[in-house]
Design a protein around this ligand. Structure first.
Ligand code: NAD
Length: 251
């Protein structure tokens, strides 16, 4: 229970990867703050399961991030995980989707970090972890906003790592390949339209084709690394971008 006495905020933790990270932190004794949308009764059940609080702020809005940070209080571990996807050719990519994806997948991480850092610096300890993506290192067609935002968050994380290195605070990215979550499931219909494929073809020829293992990554595998990065053994891991992608970005 090495996270006893530590407060961990995981954005976008009502589902998928964020929920797995929140569960893993709670299992290590952290006081977890959940964020994200979902069914109210299910979120209440999750809070009871994890002994957590939930703040449902909309992080596409700067004010929403500020409300989240105010309600959370000082955080020791910050995981910028909330994200969304939209799949469309660039000429028909809706500008409002571009704005929302950049706001949530990139700008929200700047705003959480700027508000979390003063406490981390003052106490001389902190961990910032960003769920980036294999798309922080490599591109795919029809994902202009997502790829731009994920390359951006990888850069932002390096800057945080350099600025905070002397203050006992580390900042790192975890970059999964395809993990079977609602974010992936929801992009299948648009990918079918953009590429003229069936659902089965999208799964085997677009998603799993990227991963030499031909298997989806499990959320718990991402969570295990997020736990490791909080430990003393990871105190000199700073500014790194760890892939968990079955070999996708090795090609
Ligand atoms: P998910 O859809 O299961 O979870 C997304 C979470 O973000 C949910 O809790 C949702 O409620 C929350 N969220 C959505 N819009 C929000 C908003 N406006 N404000 C606050 N919260 C909001 O998705 P996931 O696959 O678990 O994705 C989590 C992160 O992992 C994302 O940053 C995603 O880009 C990244 N990622 C996912 C995969 C994958 O294959 N699933 C791969 C690489 C990276």
């Amino acid at each position: 229970m090495f996270l006893n006495g530590k407060r961990a905020l995981v954005t976008g933790s009502t589902s998928g990867i964020g929920l797995a990270i929140a569960r893993a932190y709670a299992a290590e004794g952290a006081e977890v703050v959940l964020n994200g949308f979902g069914d109210a009764a299910e979120i209440e059940r999750l809070c009871a399961e994890l002994g957590a609080r939930h703040v449902g702020a909309d992080l596409t809005r700067t004010q929403g991030v500020e409300e989240l940070m105010e309600a959370a209080g000082p955080v020791d571990v910050l995981v910028n995980n909330a994200g969304m996807q939209h799949v469309a050719p660039v000429e028909s990519f809706p500008p409002e989707k571009w704005d929302a994806i950049l706001a949530l997948n990139l700008s929200a991480a700047f705003h959480t970090a700027r508000l979390a850092v003063p406490h981390m610096k003052a106490q001389g300890w902190g961990r910032i972890i960003c769920t980036a993506s294999a798309h922080s290192l490599a591109a795919s067609p029809f994902k202009s906003a997502y790829v731009a935002a994920k390359h951006g968050i990888a850069g932002l994380t390096k800057v945080l790592a350099l600025e905070l290195a002397e203050h006992g605070v580390t900042a790192n990215c975890i970059s999964p390949g395809y993990v079977w979550t609602p974010l992936v499931e929801n992009q299948i219909p648009d990918t079918m339209a953009a590429r003229g494929m069936t659902r089965e073809e999208v799964i085997s020829k677009v998603l799993l084709d990227k991963q030499p293992t031909r298997k989806f990554v499990q959320p718990e595998e991402v969570a295990a690394l997020a736990v490791f990065l909080c430990g003393d053994a990871a105190q000199n891991i700073n500014g790194a971008n760890y892939t968990i992608d079955g070999g996708w970005t090795a090609e």
